[in-house]
Ligand binder design. Structure first.
Ligand SMILES: Cc1cc2nc3c(=O)[nH]c(=O)nc-3n(C[C@H](O)[C@H](O)[C@H](O)COP(=O)(O)OP(=O)(O)OC[C@H]3O[C@@H](n4cnc5c(N)ncnc54)[C@H](O)[C@@H]3O)c2cc1C
Length: 471
């Protein structure tokens, strides 16, 4: 006889495990099928957690390298990085957090079925590898996530031509590293390995780094990266990459059409991620797909009754669905609440915070200046540089700014874009401002403590009305 559950979740990433916990909190009998040895998926095992741990190591090294400026006396020698210890600390953090999810499963009486799941007809899930069994499910949530993808002419060999999955475990700091793609993953690894001592080159097909960000943010990042010695080749296409025993030979074409050759110890391919549906049986049950993604509506229902899907594996059929941990978790919670009979409202994807933890950090939410103009708003903008902020001076982190994009007619805040110290934290205030449909005036009237980095947000609001106090 098949085991039966109210809700069966396939995949225990930030979409799946959060959906499972919320469903269990709401009284559902829940099972999660996960094929990895640990819970947490990309974010916890290969993504957010290990990369941000490595970035904290890079930040620690930066502070120590600048010890003189801080009046800290280091007796002898040049500070350097010990990758064995770095990985030991990072892995301990990852294990601690994945074990934490196991604890939460036990606490919420969620059954973890260790194996690979396949969708079957009649609202059933077959576990085809691992703890093989057939499960009856009242509802199924597909949360199988994504995996790295490459571009034509570049074959990942996992040794010389690698993805982020290997980059988080590199045993040695490569002498030279070329990074293909300047999205969040690419620029974060650029910051990590440049600080660790690699000679880093970023190659980006589009005309600017972090192309989804506001243009002013891209320009500021490129300025900072160049200052740090990171080479930025924008409007450049890699046409071929060949891995050999000693490194990788690359052929690329710049905007002027001229071919150029590059070589590096390691090539990191950071050109995006594709959905994971291989062997999932989507065809068997007849789920509608789009470009390989599971197609869902705004309540994350697939075309097949009783099967929902969330996270990196989905498309809503309009625009690009953000592949972010917090997005997948919010979607998971919404589905769990809907399945438990609660009233739910669609998420507003204009309010998704984007955080990129490179150095300097980027935090953004809402429309960029160009997007706001394209949507027909009469736009006004204001920005405030960290360079004149007392707290930033104390921290020795004065690069960057906070920029507000607002609608002139109603004074509504449409977007906030920041690059500089603590931007990934400061953006939280901006997310709330957008959710509450705040005006610039309301941001001005919101008191910001002194001396804090958050004063830059208040000052940017003043600047949007044409009168920053400290400029
Ligand atoms: C290097 C890197 C850094 C990142 N940093 C950030 C960040 O700082 N902030 C942020 O918000 N996002 C970040 N992301 C993105 C984030 O990790 C993903 O958006 C998030 O993990 C998506 O969650 P998910 O649940 O949809 O899928 P995943 O986390 O990919 O989880 C899917 C799970 O399903 C399992 N699975 C797949 N198929 C089956 C099957 N048939 N049977 C059983 N199990 C199956 C997989 O083993 C996996 O555990 C980063 C990603 C990378 C690669």
């Amino acid at each position: 006889m098949a085991n039966s559950f109210d809700v069966v979740v396939i995949g225990a990433g930030t979409g799946g495990y959060v959906a499972a916990i919320r469903a269990a909190q709401l009284g559902q009998q829940v099972a999660v099928v996960e094929k990895q040895k640990a819970l947490g998926g990309t974010c916890l095992i290969w993504g957010c957690i290990p990369t941000k741990a490595l970035l904290e190591h890079a930040h620690a090294l930066k502070v120590i390298q600048n010890a003189k400026e801080w009046g800290v006396v280091i007796p002898e020698g040049v500070p350097s990085i010990d990758m064995t210890r770095v990985h030991a600390r990072k892995d301990k953090i990852v294990t601690g957090i994945t074990k934490g999810v196991e604890f939460l499963f036990r606490k919420n009486k969620i059954t973890w079925i260790k194996g690979t799941a396949q969708l079957a007809r009649g609202s059933r899930v077959e576990v085809v590898e691992g703890d093989k069994q057939t499960i009856d499910a009242r509802e199924i949530i597909v949360a199988t996530g994504s995996s790295p993808r490459s571009v034509s002419g570049v074959v990942v060999d996992h040794t010389r031509i690698i993805t982020s999955d290997e980059a988080i475990h590199l045993p040695r700091v490569p002498k030279s590293l070329v990074i293909l793609g300047s999205g969040a993953v690419g620029v974060e690894f650029a910051s990590i390995f440049r600080r660790f001592g690699s000679d880093v080159t970023i190659i980006e097909l589009l005309p600017r780094l972090v192309p989804v960000e506001d243009e002013a943010v891209s320009a500021e990042l490129e300025k900072s990266f160049r200052k740090q010695g990171i080479k930025c080749l924008t409007s450049t296409k890699v046409t071929k990459a060949t891995a050999g025993a000693n490194g990788v030979e690359l052929e690329a074409q710049g905007a002027d059409g001229k071919a150029q050759k590059l070589s590096a110890d390691i090539l990191l391919v950071a050109t995006g991620r594709g959905p994971v549906t291989d062997g999932l049986g989507v065809e068997q049950v007849g789920i509608a797909m789009e470009r390989g993604y599971v197609k869902v509506d705004e309540f994350y229902r697939t075309s097949v009754p009783h099967i929902s899907a969330v996270g990196d594996v989905i498309t809503l059929g309009k625009g690009v669905h953000p592949q972010l941990a917090h997005v997948s978790s919010m979607e998971g919670i919404l589905v769990a609440e809907r399945l438990a009979g609660q009233e739910v409202r669609p998420l507003n994807y204009d309010h998704v915070p984007g955080c990129t933890y490179c150095d300097p950090e980027i935090g953004s939410v809402g429309l960029t200046e160009a997007e706001a103009k394209a949507r027909g708003y009469d736009v006004r903008v204001g920005s405030f540089p960290f360079a004149v902020l007392g707290r930033a001076k104390m921290a020795g982190e004065t690069e960057g700014f906070v920029k507000i994009v607002a609608d002139r007619k109603y004074d509504e805040v449409l977007g906030v874009h920041m690059i500089g110290p603590r931007s990934t934290e400061l953006v939280a205030e901006a997310v709330l401002a957008l959710r509450l449909e705040c005006t610039v005036e309301e941001l001005i009237k919101t008191m910001h403590a002194h001396p804090t980095f958050s004063e830059a947000v208040g000052e940017a609001a003043h600047a949007t009305h044409g009168a920053a106090i400290h400029l």
